[in-house]
Design a protein around this ligand. Structure first.
Ligand code: AGP
Length: 609
């Protein structure tokens, strides 16, 4: 996610902005910039890479003035470059904008503005905002911002200043956090709390649809209907480290709780609802190419491989073609049959995993069409694949992957739907039913997150165990693997995932009262079999913790503990069922005193083989 800082007051804005951006570095970024107003001039400075590069630019070309905006960019549209770095300016540089979020309808807006004679400098979606505000600016920045936003669809945390209205900073929020800080005779804007803490603890968090105007005299707020809002600032007691995690104890917990938004942002702009259809132009698979495909091979490592296993079932079911999912490090030792009618999909949060990159290069060498599903713009996988589907999850800092996994599942579901549509193997009505269920998933995820305390209570009972067995079937067998991986990688407890149908072929020998069994047993086409698996475990003195559908009394009668989840379509149940397993692993690891965000021996990205 991008980082925003704004300032108006009596200090030198340049220094306040640079220090503020430094306090947002933990969010991850690939470029940075700032703009300061003084004497009817806009001083704009931007650089690619770390803030030290921006500081060097400021050394060479200092800025002066008391009003300004700063930004650290996490690229979503347009590669990391100085031209694409924020702040962005209007044609003559008189309107300056910084933005976090995604402007869904920016192609149409850009086309209209180009036709009106506006000249663009960057590839970003954000720049359309600067030109749109310029179009409506007639001396009153607040009015121009309001008129511009009336045409915008998407998510934004926005800061705007204007050369010809120099005593105001205008801010607006829709789906992306933005906080206003209240100093004495000076006021601050930021995407998050840390940049404000050195100056004030009095803050207000903008609500969706709200607009704020900061002047040296104070702050005015308006709601989405344009009514004035009178809200006293809160007193924020967080220290800096807590503030960097948004008040959560660990980045992993923060990222678990960001999953509803990660799914929402990954879905954004990738489907229409009249008619209900997936739009995945960025996948580089036109209808004819999709129809010519003879196979799909999904290749990944770790958590991303588990997402690939689910993507395999969905692509095969809706796309009606052979699909395999392979561990990248093993794929390389095969002599795979690939050609230009093969779609090779590499799934990778970082885009830098050595084994996955090797598989991508092998696939390209053999002539396959290569598609990357990735969370990091400009990473190696995105530069080497023929096409990219980004998961718009924002930086994932915890080593244990959580929100990226949800973004991967969402993207693979969209890809499977797209294949079905393009190949004519999924009816319009089925596609509509699935898409309507998919857009409801963020709400379902929020429901499970709200049950966090009950999951923590179960973690307390099992934190001292030494072995766990995770069992699931069909689309939830990979969730058994993922739940086991989450537990082992952050709590160092031995945990094994297995198909529930394999119990009699070995794992059942492990069952006794010391080995808790996590059973993915939500309502599904394989529910009866799962129920009998639960009974088999109980009959051998085992302890069952079941992930079950709200209201399922049969499971409640059999399992000693239940992690309840709302009913969702079976195909989409993995996205919801994984949440309680992430939280269970997290709490057990915390109770065991483990370093949750940086577990021993692990790296966030395995860039070596
Ligand atoms: C998952 O929690 C781990 N961090 C690890 O398995 C990870 O998924 C794997 O290394 C793949 O990383 P990538 O998605 O960045 O390629």
């Amino acid at each position: 996610m991008c980082g925003i800082v704004g300032y108006i007051g009596s200090r030198e804005a340049g220094e306040v902005l640079l220090q503020g951006l430094k306090r947002l570095e933990y969010r991850g970024y690939d470029s940075a910039g700032l703009a300061v107003l003084a004497n009817g001039q806009v001083q704009l400075r931007r650089s690619v890479g770390k803030l030290s590069a921006l500081a060097a630019v400021l050394e060479r070309q200092p800025v002066t003035g008391h009003v300004g905006l700063g930004h650290t960019r996490w690229a979503t549209h347009g590669r990391p470059s100085e031209e694409n770095a924020h702040p962005h300016a209007s044609c003559h540089g008189e309107i300056i904008v910084v933005h976090n979020g995604i402007i869904e309808n920016y192609p149409a807006l850009k086309q209209t503005l180009l036709a009106d004679g506006h000249r663009f400098q960057s590839e970003t979606d954000t720049e359309v905002l600067a030109h749109l505000i310029e179009k409506y600016f007639q001396g009153d920045l607040l009015s121009a911002v309001r008129q511009a936003l009336a045409h915008v669809q998407g998510s934004y945390a926005l800061g705007v200043i204007a050369r010809d209205d120099p005593h105001r900073v205008v801010a607006a929020r829709q789906d992306c956090p933005l906080v206003v800080g209240f100093g004495s005779g000076e006021f601050f804007l930021a995407s998050d709390v840390p940049p404000l803490l050195p100056y004030t603890r009095r803050m207000t968090f903008l609500e969706d649809g709200e607009i704020a105007v900061l002047t040296p005299e104070g702050v005015q707020l308006w709601d989405a209907q344009g009514r004035s809002v009178d809200r006293s600032p809160l007193e924020i007691a967080w220290d800096r480290r807590l503030a960097e995690k948004g008040g959560f104890k660990h980045f992993m917990l923060k990222e678990i709780f960001e999953q509803d938004r990660a799914i929402q942002d990954t879905l954004r702009g990738r489907f229409t609802s009249h008619p209900w259809r997936v739009q995945l132009d960025e996948a580089g698979l036109d209808v004819e190419t999709a129809q010519r495909l003879q196979q799909v091979i999904i290749v990944a490592c770790g958590t991303s491989f588990h997402a690939g296993l689910i993507g395999r079932i969905l692509c095969e079911t809706w796309g009606r073609l052979p699909v395999t999912a392979e561990i990248a490090s093993e794929f390389r030792y095969r002599s795979p049959f690939l050609d230009d009618r093969t779609l090779l999909v590499v799934v990778t949060q970082s885009g830098e995993t050595a084994d996955t990159l090797a598989a991508l290069r092998e696939g390209k060498r053999r002539g396959a069409r290569c598609l990357a599903i990735c969370n990091v713009v400009g990473s190696s996988a995105t530069r080497e694949a023929h096409a990219v589907l980004y998961t718009h999850c924002g930086p994932e800092i915890g080593v244990a992957s959580t929100k990226a996994f949800s973004g991967q599942l969402t993207t693979l579901t969209l890809l499977a739907l797209y294949l079905g549509q393009a190949r004519g193997t999924l009816t319009e009505s089925d596609a509509e039913i699935i898409l309507q269920a998919l857009v409801r998933i963020p709400k379902m995820v929020r429901l499970v997150l709200e049950r966090h305390p009950a999951i923590e209570a179960i973690a307390r009972q099992f934190a001292k165990r030494s072995h766990f067995l995770y069992l699931g079937r069909h689309v939830n067998y990979p969730i058994a693997l993922e739940g086991a991986l989450k537990l082992k990688e952050i709590s160092y407890i031995h945990a094994e995932g297995s198909p529930a149908g394999e119990m009699k072929h070995g794992p059942i020998a492990l069952i006794d009262e010391t080995m808790p069994v996590l059973m993915l047993a939500t309502r599904s086409s394989v529910y009866e079999k799962l129920l009998s698996n639960v009974q088999e475990v109980r009959a051998r003195g085992g302890v069952v913790i079941a992930v079950a559908t709200d209201g399922d009394e049969r499971i409640a009668a059999e399992a000693q503990h239940v992690l309840w989840v709302p009913e969702v379509m079976e195909w989409l149940s993995p996205i919801v069922n994984v949440i309680p397993l992430q939280l269970l692993a997290y709490h057990i690891a915390v109770l065991r005193g483990c370093d949750v965000d940086q577990p021993r021996n692990l790296a966030k990205s395995v860039t070596v083989e």
